[in-house]
Design a binder for this molecule. Structure first.
Ligand SMILES: NC(=O)c1ccc[n+]([C@@H]2O[C@H](COP(=O)([O-])OP(=O)(O)OC[C@H]3O[C@@H](n4cnc5c(N)ncnc54)[C@H](OP(=O)(O)O)[C@@H]3O)[C@@H](O)[C@H]2O)c1
Length: 298
């Protein structure tokens, strides 16, 4: 708890306030006002010739965040870690590779835990956590995709549930309006099984974000691939076309071309919003991800 003492500027000062408060980070100050419980007491505001230590005590109930990002070293995970650090959120990243090889000031502010979600000692990372974010997922054989998109996330959801973590955020995927035979790929069935686990274990707090193509600077083997060179203009064109292309969305698989890309920074900000907003839970579309991001950016 921090205390600030204001010295009397003159002996005639009516009130010499002592203000005690627990500081709120910039992130927390964006929360709904009900998260900010303030108790005030104003003691003896009368004027006295003598120095009296009249006090104003302000105690704010502040929730500090400690967030575990599974896959914090990946493309999306690192953007989430970076954004969270900039908002003063304590971050622990778990991934098999641990700390990334590149250096950056935000990297030094994350606790990097090397570990595989299937063999993790959850005690090491989940005790005291206020939220878990999973970015685990990817492509491969049908068996690999089932394991990484489905089972790995379900293990994480169950662990978070067992440890009583209040919030779980899953980075999932848009369905691109694909016909059902294409959605039977283990990439999508795994994602949907993971989503079901989040929504059943965290019915009033779980968040599933379903982005389409995610653009930004993706690091691969020490090189940066500027996906934003494609993603950003496409996002702008699709957003300018807006209502003209909406009727086309009833055509199966049309979203492969028409689903707007999402910047990795917007996805990260939407995740930050999800972590801090108790009223944000359920499944979020591309459009809703952008809206959630805008709330944090504002
Ligand atoms: N990129 C896109 O355009 C896009 C679009 C829609 C949805 N998504 C979804 O968004 C999520 C993030 O995508 P991304 O592009 O950021 O993927 P990514 O760069 O491959 O990141 C995945 C992260 O998960 C970690 N990970 C994988 N298996 C793990 C395990 N068994 N235990 C612990 N950590 C593990 C990886 O680190 P290690 O390998 O070191 O363990 C990495 O940090 C995925 O679920 C993906 O399906 C991506």
């Amino acid at each position: 708890m921090a205390s600030i003492f204001f010295s009397p500027a003159a002996s005639s000062a009516a009130v010499l306030p002592r203000v005690s408060f627990r500081p709120r980070s910039a992130f927390h100050s964006q929360r709904r006002s009900c998260m900010f419980g303030v108790r005030c007491s104003y003691a003896n505001a009368g004027v006295s010739d003598e120095y009296t230590s009249n006090t104003i005590d302000v105690v704010a109930d502040v929730r500090s965040e400690k967030v575990v990002v599974i896959g914090g070293s990946g493309f999306v995970g690192s953007a989430i870690c970076k954004a969270a650090v900039s908002k003063g959120i304590e971050i622990i990243s778990v991934s098999r590779s641990g700390r990334p090889t590149y250096s950056s000031s935000w990297v030094d502010q994350v606790t990097w835990v090397p570990g595989d979600v299937f063999y993790l000692n959850w005690d090491e990372v989940l005790v005291g956590a206020t939220a878990v974010v999973s970015t685990v997922g990817g492509f491969g054989s049908e068996e690999q995709m089932k394991r990484i998109n489905g089972e790995a996330n379900i293990v994480a959801v169950n662990a978070a549930y067992d440890f009583g973590i209040p919030k779980f955020v899953l980075i999932s995927v848009h369905d691109y309006n694909l016909p059902s035979f294409l959605l039977s790929s283990s990439y999508f069935t795994g994602k949907r099984e993971a989503e079901s686990a989040v929504l059943s274990k965290f019915p009033r707090s779980g968040v599933v974000l379903r982005p389409g193509f995610i653009y930004g600077k993706r690091r691969v083997d020490g090189f940066e691939i500027p996906l934003d060179l494609v993603g950003e203009p496409v996002e702008k064109i699709l957003s300018a076309l807006g209502n003209f292309i909406k009727p086309l969305s009833s055509i199966p698989a049309s979203d492969i071309f028409l689903a707007p890309p999402v910047s990795v920074d917007d996805l990260a900000l939407a995740t930050i919003n999800a972590i801090g907003d108790d009223d944000m839970f359920g499944v979020f579309t591309i459009e809703q991800i952008k809206e959630a991001a805008a709330k944090v950016r504002a």
